[in-house]
Ligand binder design. Structure first.
Ligand SMILES: C=CC1=C(C)c2cc3[nH]c(cc4nc(cc5[nH]c(cc1n2)c(C)c5CCC(=O)O)C(CCC(=O)O)=C4C)c(C)c3C=C
Ligand SMILES: [Fe+2]
Ligand SMILES: [Fe+2]
Length: 342
């Protein structure tokens, strides 16, 4: 559609290395893990731990994992985010750009592209491609965009879309994207979310006395929920399961991608995939709603490693449900939200 407006849109995602070469993966991991909202240790300790130990050890293994999922056009996460950009742009009369929290295209590049298209730009609507609030995902993305906006002294306003974990349009798109899979025969549906350290959940509790302190905290009313990743992922799962009419005993929530020695949110996906076949679950479906676009964590950790673990522990069939990516209802939801905000 003809892009003529004094507003612009940026779809912001996490980002990937520029290539699967170890030096590019190292650069990406250093930027990512030196983020104080991801590894929130004191600066000097973080510097020694990340640049001295974790990244040199992790980069070659990580590069191998990226090589196994990389597409001819590049990183799946970036390719799929750009596909979403094109699909949304098709139905909107405002320019749409993409930015990544780490790596490229950078936040500054996305702002500059919008300004180039319209030097008298009045407002940028930023849609973080994270449905849930976590210090290490949504918060760092938004704070980074605000910092770049301030540093560059841009005259346009920055309008940031809040987390949409319970928004009816998002739930509908997610549920409908999953429907063809749950209409097949299966024993259990796992909602596997990217994990975070439990400490982050306590740290983000604005009441200081609710999250992981009150029994069944995620289901007891509290202002803490506005910033609680654990609460928000449980709500997404419950709303989707309700919409798809999946009986309570047929689905569960787990957390993947643990890094380091701290306790992360539980139950862990890896342990659950080993245990489920022993409990009689032979045909498994796995959905990963923390991610809007498929990425390393879905295509490798779940679809390859997770499948291998489930099958070698006695499972018969393992199906990873793709992320929403460019599902027409998701594109429609984004277009609807952007139109309402413009
Ligand atoms: C829901 C969104 C995400 C949260 C929350 C999150 C927290 C988090 N992540 C790490 C460490 C790593 N994550 C990595 C990959 C990765 N993480 C997310 C999203 C969230 N992370 C995505 C979409 C991806 C895939 C990126 C891609 O290019 O496809 C990686 C890099 C890969 C690897 O080496 O495993 C790391 C490292 C921490 C420590 C953390 C919370 C504290
Ligand atoms: Fe991550
Ligand atoms: Fe909570």
């Amino acid at each position: 559609m003809e892009a003529k407006s004094d507003k612009g849109i940026i779809l912001m995602n996490l980002g990937s290395p520029d290539s699967t070469a170890v030096p590019d993966v190292k650069r990406y991991l250093n930027e990512f893990l030196m983020d104080k909202r991801v590894i929130d240790y004191p600066y000097l300790f973080r510097l020694l731990l990340i640049k001295g130990i974790i990244v040199p050890r992790r980069a070659p293994k990580s590069a191998e994992a990226y090589q196994s999922i990389w597409w001819d056009e590049g990183s799946p996460l970036i390719v799929l985010t750009k596909q979403l950009q094109n699909a949304v742009q098709h139905d909107l009369a405002m320019p749409v750009e993409v930015s990544m929290r780490y790596g490229n295209p950078s936040q500054e590049e996305a702002f500059e592209k919008l300004l180039k298209q319209n030097p008298s730009l009045k407002e940028v609507i930023l849609l973080p491609l994270y449905p849930h609030y976590a210090m290490s995902s949504y918060e760092t993305a938004v704070e980074h965009a605000k910092a770049v906006h301030k540093k560059k002294g841009y005259a346009f306003k920055l309008n940031i879309v809040p987390p949409y974990y319970n928004e009816p349009d998002y739930i509908n798109a997610l549920a409908e994207s999953m429907r063809p899979y749950v209409e097949q025969e299966y024993d259990h549906l796992l909602f596997s979310y990217h994990g975070v350290p439990e400490r982050h959940i306590r740290k983000g509790d604005i009441t200081g006395k609710h999250c992981m302190q009150v029994a069944d905290c995620c289901h007891v009313d509290s202002p803490a929920h506005e910033f609680c990743y654990r609460h928000q992922v449980h709500i997404t799962s419950e709303l989707v399961a309700e919409k798809l009419k999946i009986p309570r005993e047929k689905w569960s929530v787990t957390f993947q991608s643990r890094l380091g020695r701290e306790e992360w949110l539980k139950p862990y996906t890896a342990a659950t995939l080993e245990e489920l076949p022993k409990k009689g679950v032979k045909r498994l479906l796995v959905a990963c709603p923390a991610f809007v676009s498929d990425c390393l964590e879905t295509l490798e950790e779940i679809a390859v490693e997770g499948k291998h673990s489930f099958i070698s522990n006695g499972g018969d069939s393992f199906t990873m449900i793709p992320c929403m990516n460019v599902h027409p209802l998701w594109v429609q939801a984004v277009v609807k939200w952007m139109t309402a905000l413009s």
